[in-house]
Design a protein around this ligand. Structure first.
Ligand code: ARG
Length: 466
């Protein structure tokens, strides 16, 4: 039990806090990671209090120096975090007063932990958003380089995981690039809404002091101040939005992971995953498993769960601040940690894969991947698409009965299905001609892949991280 008279809010209490309650309500174990933002926020607030005449220069200097000292103590692991001081905010404020005395007790003038925690969390999310955006940029850059060098590599594209049509490996890599590019754009866009200052909203109603909210906002790098004090302390939509973008990103990484798993499997062998990104089996000596891709796929589950937790956390809270909000942090931090680590690990793994171009190409010549090209050939010879589809279907059946490919059929055999089929059909049936023919924006032709890479580089360059 801690005497409540020792607590920063102890005045109206006569009985000490139950120690189980203290454990239950303390957040310092997880919110201490906000210490940098908390200290920056307090220094900005104190500077503003001095500017408007509430703190003297001496008081401000003592506060700023004291907080800098605490920052260095925390960073060198010399700060004793106390759970009975509840959270990061009160731990730091109490320690400041221990160090500098009376001036420390004036820091909280015109402020509440409600606007303080919202400020800290927004600054934290903004900073992590920036680092995620820059990690995504680097990953995307690697995809552009790979797509460029694999622009001519042919492999089967799949629908329903059945061979569909030949595509270029570069084109497939550029599909990943596009998925991640939208994630990056979403992070950049939400950043604008995250980066608004709640500071000055105080508990919920604002404050009686002549504060300058624009001054603190600008010192902290916020783009503006939140216009309504009740909203400023109560909403966590910026957390829900960021967790949602991160969950979408994780779903993308999970799908990429799944493709790596399939491509590296014994049945496919389209790629080899580097030894440095794979693991072995404790019993089967021959195994090299794509565990890292699987782990990313698995971790997407927790980010979806964290998003759900945040949505449910908020849905029934009346305005303004409620202690429920303390529960936003672990879910959000876990999501941010997970997505940051997963982007880096996927990037490294993909940078180090080895494509087996010969196997990719061989697979593109199986499964009648050029059946649609054959149908299109007939359409160019005035057959309607529906009839062409039917004719090619019959040719496929014929091949299945004979256990052969289209190319193995003689011209005479093919002509039985339609007289307009000529010798030039054999060129149409090779996967390279199939991909070369898809030569329009967004198509799989090598020329289009190179163009997409060029445009992608331009897009990345235009929105480099802040
Ligand atoms: N640790 C609290 C949180 O994370 C800080 C705000 C506490 N405010 C209060 N009125 N009890 O939300």
């Amino acid at each position: 039990m801690t005497e409540n008279q020792d607590k920063l809010w102890g005045g109206r209490f006569t009985q000490p806090t139950n120690s189980v309650v203290e454990q239950f309500s303390s957040s310092v174990a997880f919110d201490r990671r906000l210490y940098r933002q908390d200290i920056a926020g307090s220094i900005a607030h104190a500077r503003m209090l001095h500017k408007v005449g509430i703190l003297t220069k001496t008081e401000f200097d003592a506060i700023a120096d004291g907080l800098e000292l605490i920052l260095s103590q925390i960073e060198s692991d010399k700060f004793d975090w106390a759970i009975e001081l509840e959270d990061v905010h009160m731990n730091i404020e109490q320690r400041l007063t221990d160090h500098i005395g009376e001036a420390g007790k004036k820091l909280h003038t015109g402020r509440s932990r409600n606007d303080q925690v919202a400020t800290d969390l927004r600054l934290y999310v903004r900073d992590v958003t920036d680092s995620i955006v820059s990690e995504l940029c680097m990953f995307q850059n690697t995809l552009l380089n790979l797509a460029e060098s694999e622009a001519n590599t042919v492999l089967p594209g799949f629908t329903h995981l059945q061979v569909a049509q030949p595509v270029t490996f570069g084109h497939h890599l550029m599909a990943w690039f596009e998925m991640l590019d939208r994630d990056r754009q979403r992070f950049l866009d939400s950043r604008k809404r995250v980066n608004q200052s709640p500071l000055g909203a105080a508990a919920l109603a604002g404050t009686n002091f002549p504060i300058d909210r624009e001054m603190t906002a600008s010192e902290l790098g916020f783009e503006g101040v939140l216009s309504n004090s009740i909203d400023a302390v109560s909403d966590r939509d910026f957390a829900m939005e960021t967790a949602s973008i991160a969950a979408i990103t994780m779903v993308h990484l999970s799908r990429i992971g799944e493709e790596l798993v399939i491509w590296a499997s014994t049945g496919y062998q389209f790629i080899t995953i580097s030894d440095s990104y794979a693991t072995g089996s404790s019993i089967m000596p021959q195994k090299k498993n794509p565990d890292i891709a699987e782990l990313v796929r698995g971790k997407s589950a927790r980010t979806a769960g964290n998003l759900q937790a945040l949505l449910m956390l908020m849905k029934a809270q009346p305005l303004a601040y409620n202690r429920d909000n303390q529960e936003d942090k672990e879910a959000l931090f876990d999501t941010l940690d997970t997505v940051s680590a997963s982007i880096k690990i996927m990037h490294g793994m993909i940078q180090n894969i080895q494509p087996d171009r010969a196997r990719m190409k061989a697979a593109a010549t199986e499964g009648f991947a050029t059946a649609t090209d054959l149908a299109d050939y007939l359409v160019l010879r005035k057959v309607s698409f529906r009839d062409a589809h039917e004719i090619v279907g019959k040719i496929v059946r014929h091949c299945l009965e004979k256990n052969c490919n289209f190319e193995m059929l003689s011209l005479a055999e093919l002509k039985q299905y339609h007289p307009s089929i000529e010798e030039d059909i054999y060129e149409v049936l090779v996967p390279e001609s199939s991909v070369n023919s898809k030569n329009h924006i967004g198509g799989t032709a090598p020329q289009q892949v190179l163009e997409a890479v060029r445009m992608g580089r331009k897009r990345l360059g235009e929105t480099t991280p802040i």
